[in-house]
Design a protein around this ligand. Sequence first.
Ligand SMILES: C[S@@+](CC[C@H](N)C(=O)[O-])C[C@H]1O[C@@H](n2cnc3c(N)ncnc32)[C@H](O)[C@@H]1O
Length: 223
Amino acid sequence: MRQSIQLREPPRDVVSPPRPPVRARKLEAIKPQDDSPLHFLGEFVREPLKVGAILPSSKALSRVVVESCHIRPADTVVELGPGTGAFTGLILKRLSHRGRLLAVELNPTHADILRRRFPKCEVIQDSAEHLKRHLDGELADCIVSGLAWGSMHPRLQNQIFRAILRSLKPGGQFIAFAYVHAAWLPPARRFRQRLERHFKSVETTPIVWRNLPPAFVFRCVRG
Ligand SMILES: C[S@@+](CC[C@H](N)C(=O)[O-])C[C@H]1O[C@@H](n2cnc3c(N)ncnc32)[C@H](O)[C@@H]1O
């Protein structure tokens, strides 16, 4: 006797959702993590002068930068050019969820990554010279710069520098790093002269060799 097989649609709740084609699944599998240096490299290839570095700062440099900021838990801290967040997590730890961290990042890909990695940080996608308008009338206790001052156009350097001076409390700190190889180039020398003219004290750390490229850190205190 012949049996007839009836094909029926499976009930709705056991229908599995459509799967992406194999090629798309493979691409998803190789998508880098948010803290991967590949994002940074990709943005550097697109906009080398604006991004200013091939790789994010190393753990060694990040530690020296954040240790140079004498952050108290209730402080208002600003990070300019945070990139994908090499310093951000360390700063948040110092604030112990009590102070405010405002991060101003020009690159939209970096800004998105920061928002995903650090939901406690206020991330503004804008250029650092507009800092004052994002502080809502507050002044910062500490401004940490991740910007590549050595490859910056003099006019932009001027504008950002003015915004920093207008946004910092009296006695506030400004922390920035500089690459050793570029320290003698005109933009880096101009930056250093500005620091010495406008801050009560300017100190530098020893060179951090475990960073690509090696760098040192300025710690400046406003009069
Ligand atoms: C040298 S990278 C350093 C990133 C990160 N602080 C680190 O140390 O790994 C400079 C960062 O500044 C950002 N940037 C460049 N020009 C900027 C500007 N005018 N305003 C805000 N961010 C800027 C770049 O997109 C990049 O993420």
